[in-house]
Design a protein around this ligand. Structure first.
Ligand code: 5AD
Ligand code: SF4
Length: 482
């Protein structure tokens, strides 16, 4: 089943189910080993780093081998039915280990935990603990409860929790790229989407704690941060929100919006690359685009999910913009940021979508010629507005054939965008050896394309090099350092 095409770091299919490892924490050690596996979006991977941090404080050591673990956690995703299915299959494997080792604690974290709550314990009897995305600080207590023979659940959502003070333990890290959460939750209520129900209300994190975390990463040798949120363009921090400032102008001067935050992070060092995900077409401002253009270290790459190219479907999706608005935002990006890569998410076969309406999605792809796209068949999620209001009436074969059509189209455009780089020199941050050959290094261009080039004596991972592009595949640029 084709779901996702052309992985990048923030939606990386190859990372699904990745086990996370960290070095034993010096000092405290309670003799117990923790294994965490993560599914879904980059936010979940980032949350697993917060969980590891909370439990390392309790003396847990992390392991990459679930057979060696005393506690197994799966950080889960509910975005589509098949994401949940994948987790259930994996959980079956872990609960088999539990039969052999009854002392093993098996826990479900993240969006599925939040969606199913204590139902999880009825459905999957061998699960011991169920914890939603805003309750990770409670994990030590919950594990104690399980140790004393009870099942434990905490799925309370919060309006404030941002884990701002927790410094995440960087798991499976190459020491060069890191994700930094800048906000949590989502207030948009797109009709197809389960996220507002599983991750709760939108809240932004204190900019000072974000800048401090990014500065610390830079000082430790990291050279790229990706600022994460479901809708980064609605990031907003009001420093005076809690003090008494009747004067509206005074308080607005204290407000940090996403453009301000980008600038604060970009100013840490010109050697620190800044990326961000996800942008929302209704909220991305020209101000943000000018800021991206102003700083060389803010990468020229915007992930701007369109979901559909048809205004009636967008309305039913409750996206709060129409086709013209989206095109206006694309035109603004092209005008303000020369040479900006754009990627998107697209859903095929949403409720009542006709062939003509689907063709509007196809023609949107022709208009934008996206560099990358993540494409999905509509999957009805229980409890969402679409599930309540509309019939999931597009036959599976039609969803599939529409998906196949846009996937083929995107492959053409990805290849076209790659080909256009031949003969150009790209500034690449070296991330490490290429997956296929240790004679080659890999890294990303400013526009987020993967670049492969021969290993050399004069440069190493974590450094920038200029690479002349000589040839390409539809997903990779290949060249040599100049
Ligand atoms: N069905 C299919 N795709 C979905 N997405 C979100 N919810 C659904 C759903 N119910 C896609 C959207 C979103 C991406 C993260 O996942 O395209 O942008
Ligand atoms: Fe879901 Fe829409 Fe929020 Fe994205 S913006 S998480 S698609 S509700």
């Amino acid at each position: 089943m084709m779901d996702l095409v052309i992985p990048d770091k923030t939606h990386d299919e190859s990372r699904q189910g990745e086990a996370l490892v960290l070095e034993p924490v010096t000092g405290k050690n309670n003799g117990r080993k923790l294994y965490i596996e993560s599914y879904g979006c980059a936010m979940n991977f980032s949350d697993s780093e917060i969980v590891a941090s909370i439990l390392s404080e309790q003396g847990f050591e992390t392991t990459a081998d679930h057979n060696a673990a005393d506690v197994i956690f799966i950080n889960t995703c509910s975005i589509r039915e098949n994401a949940e299915q994948r987790v259930r299959n994996r959980l079956k494997e872990f609960t088999v280990s539990k039969v052999k080792n009854p002392g093993l604690v098996v826990g479900v974290l993240g969006c599925m935990a939040e969606r199913l709550k204590s139902k999880f314990l009825e459905e999957e009897k061998l699960v011991d603990v169920v914890v939603g995305p805003d309750a990770y600080r409670d994990l030590p207590n919950l594990i104690d409860q399980v140790d004393s023979g009870q099942k434990a659940v905490n799925v309370l959502l919060s309006r404030e929790e941002t884990y701002a003070d927790i410094s995440p333990v960087r798991l499976n890290s190459n020491g060069i790229n890191a994700f930094v959460s800048i906000m949590r939750g989502c207030d948009n209520m797109c009709s197809f989407c389960v996220v507002p129900f599983t991750r709760g209300r939108e809240r932004s994190r204190d900019p000072q704690s974000i800048v401090a975390e990014c500065t610390d990463l830079f000082n430790k040798g990291y050279r790229e941060v990706t600022l994460l949120g479901q809708n980064v363009d609605s990031y907003k921090w009001n420093a005076t929100a809690e003090s008494e400032t009747p004067n509206a102008e005074a308080s607005s001067a204290e407000t940090t919006n996403f453009a301000n935050l980008l600038e604060l992070v970009a100013l840490i060092s010109p050697e620190l690359r800044v990326r961000f995900s996800t942008s929302h077409p209704k909220d991305i401002t020209d101000d943000v685009l000018y800021t991206i253009n102003k700083y060389d270290n803010i990468c020229n790459y915007i992930h701007l999910p369109v979901q559909s190219g048809n205004s009636r479907i967008l309305e039913m999706m409750n996206r709060t913009y129409d086709r013209e608005w989206y095109i206006n935002r694309i035109d603004a990006i092209r005008r303000i940021i020369p040479d900006c890569a754009i990627s998107t998410d697209m859903i095929t076969g949403f409720c009542s979508e006709t062939d003509e309406e689907h063709n509007d999605s196809v023609s949107m792809m022709d208009y934008v010629k996206y560099d990358f796209a993540y494409m999905f068949k509509y999957s009805e999620r229980p409890g969402t507005l679409a599930a309540k209001r509309y019939k999931d009436d597009i036959p599976e074969e039609v969803k599939q054939s529409r998906l196949a059509q846009i996937v083929a189209k995107q492959q053409e455009y990805s290849f076209y965008r790659m080909q256009a780089r031949i003969g150009k020199v790209e500034k690449v941050l070296i991330e490490g050896y290429s997956k296929k050959a240790d004679k080659d290094y890999c890294g990303r261009s400013d526009q987020n394309a993967m670049v492969i080039f021969p290993v050399g004596d004069n440069y190493k991972p974590g450094e920038y090099v200029n690479v002349l592009i000589e040839r390409t595949t539809s997903a990779t640029l290949i060249g040599k350092v100049v």
